[in-house]
Design a protein around this ligand. Structure first.
Ligand SMILES: [Zn+2]
Ligand SMILES: [Zn+2]
Length: 489
């Protein structure tokens, strides 16, 4: 699978007149919900068939919010900067860093933004970076790129694939790979920053660019705010806040859609205490492995039997940790769980259910009141909601620039989660929009659809690939979006 994908990628990237633009089969995607990693995405065939024009950089002559002349300048700048940006992208890709360990990536962001004349502050919430560029009076627009990678062993077979392994704080060793495209996010932000500096005469206002740590554990945005983003570091309250995430949809397609898009989430650990004993003497034990196992099974009834059908509610136990030997009953067992929700009431129901079931099982198996399971809340996020008006405004500008068919505006709420919006801290009234940009080779995407797959690979998959054509394309999308929000009046 890995080799097949690798060789397909090589072939389609060549100049031998490959059928890169053959989108046959995408018609089957019509009105179907495509699931791009953490994001459920309805790619209508019309949108998918428009990919060619986006890659060819054709623009509609529709009414955009920035002039077509300015949009062309942004396109040219992205094009001219492609080699440099691809070099930056490959460098970050080959040197991925896990959440709160992004020293090297943060240094690249700081160096590049400083060179462009941004006021740069570093070390915010451990490894966060902020770059501010003031360019006359106008709105303040905040833009975020997350910098962290995943504990996933890359299997793309690309010449610049990551081979990095890291030792975590708990002593365990983990592979590290950019399997969520945050390397592209950083590169797009740096490309956009350079283009915006070159176009300084064409916009007015203040840009606040954020290199955010630790999105994957949903901790970095809050860490930056808690570290004093708006106080100690005096970042101004933005008038608009935007971000962009990759998705394994085809390069050339952008989503800008208002309303609730990504679920609220919580990460929590449930520690079962017991009494350890020899494996041959279960009567001497109070077995925490059994308690944790029973609890994990019963948790499933919370969603199926207590939550109103139709409500979004996900309860996943992603890790069970207990013991180390065949013949030893350990004294503790740990469950690591993850919740997804849109309604705060659903969240409360799931948390209450976890507590009641865990404690009930512990009591049933003889644990005293002071030895009941300990639940540790490890952080989370509220649901991500794009402001309708801003999403529509950005979609209008993008449609006029990259083609109407390439901008998808209908996107149902997904169970994936993000913490980007938590960067607003106390300023929850700021209009916010989170764009999704396709990064898969369109031909690879089309082939996957033809085979009946919903997507060629998902985010966090060892084969997640950012097609290099997405580097200038995402830069272009970011620049056009910033020009729109910072246009001179
Ligand atoms: Zn991500
Ligand atoms: Zn991710």
């Amino acid at each position: 699978m890995q080799m097949r994908f690798g060789s397909k990628y090589q072939h389609l990237a060549c100049d031998e007149g490959c059928n890169c633009t053959n989108l046959e089969g995408l018609a089957t995607a019509l009105s179907r919900r495509e699931f791009f990693g953490a994001v459920a995405l309805p790619i209508a065939a019309s949108a998918a068939f428009g990919i060619n024009s986006a890659l060819a950089q054709d623009a509609d002559d529709g009414a955009g919010r920035i002039s077509s002349e300015l949009a062309s300048k942004a396109d040219e700048l992205a094009k001219a900067d492609t080699d440099r940006l691809v070099t930056i992208f490959k460098d970050i890709h080959q040197n991925p860093e896990l959440g709160f360990m992004e020293e090297r990536t943060a240094a690249i962001v700081a160096k590049e933004l400083s060179a462009l004349g941004f006021e740069v502050q570093t070390g915010i919430g451990k490894t966060g970076v902020v770059g501010i560029l003031r360019n006359g009076s106008g709105p303040t627009v905040m833009y975020r790129a997350d910098m962290d990678a995943n504990a996933v062993e890359e299997a793309t077979g690309l010449p610049y694939a990551s081979k990095v392994r890291v030792r975590r704080d708990d002593g365990s060793e983990a592979p590290v790979g950019h399997m969520c495209g945050h390397d592209a996010h950083v590169t797009w932000m740096l490309g956009m920053a350079k283009a915006m500096v070159a176009l300084k005469e064409d916009w007015a206002g203040t840009m606040v660019l954020i290199g955010q740590p630790a999105e994957e554990p949903i901790l970095g945005a809050k860490a930056m705010v808690d570290a004093g983003l708006y106080t100690t570091y005096a970042v101004p309250k933005p008038d608009f806040f935007i971000g962009i995430h990759t998705a394994p949809g085809p390069v050339g397609v952008v989503l800008s859609s208002g309303g609730p898009k990504m679920a609220g989430c919580d990460q929590l650990d449930i520690l079962f205490k017991g009494v350890g004993a020899h494996g041959s003497l279960p009567q001497m034990s109070k077995d925490p492995v059994l308690m944790a196992s029973l609890a994990m099974v019963e948790f499933q009834a919370i969603v199926s039997r207590t939550i109103t059908p139709g409500e979004t509610a996900v309860l996943t136990v992603g890790s069970i940790q207990a013991g180390s030997d065949n013949n030893v009953i350990p004294s503790t067992a740990l469950l690591k769980a993850n919740l997804r929700w849109y309604s705060p009431q659903v969240r409360e129901q799931m948390l209450a259910g976890i507590k009641a079931i865990s404690e009930g099982i512990a009591r049933t198996y003889g644990m005293p009141e002071d030895q009941l399971p300990v639940i540790t809340m490890k952080g989370g996020s509220t649901p991500l909601v794009n402001q309708d008006e801003l999403a529509e405004r950005m979609a209008t500008t993008l449609k006029a620039t990259i083609g109407e068919k390439n901008v998808v505006t209908e996107l149902p709420p997904a169970t994936g989660s993000e913490d980007v919006h938590l960067l607003l801290g106390p300023h929850t009234d700021v209009p916010f929009n989170y764009l999704i940009v396709g990064v898969a080779d369109p031909a690879v995407y089309a082939a996957a659809v033809k085979e009946g797959k919903m997507w060629p690979y998902s985010a966090h998959n060892p084969n997640f690939v950012v097609d290099l054509r997405a580097i200038p394309f995402g830069t272009r999308v970011a620049t056009i979006s910033m020009l729109d929000l910072l246009q001179k009046t």
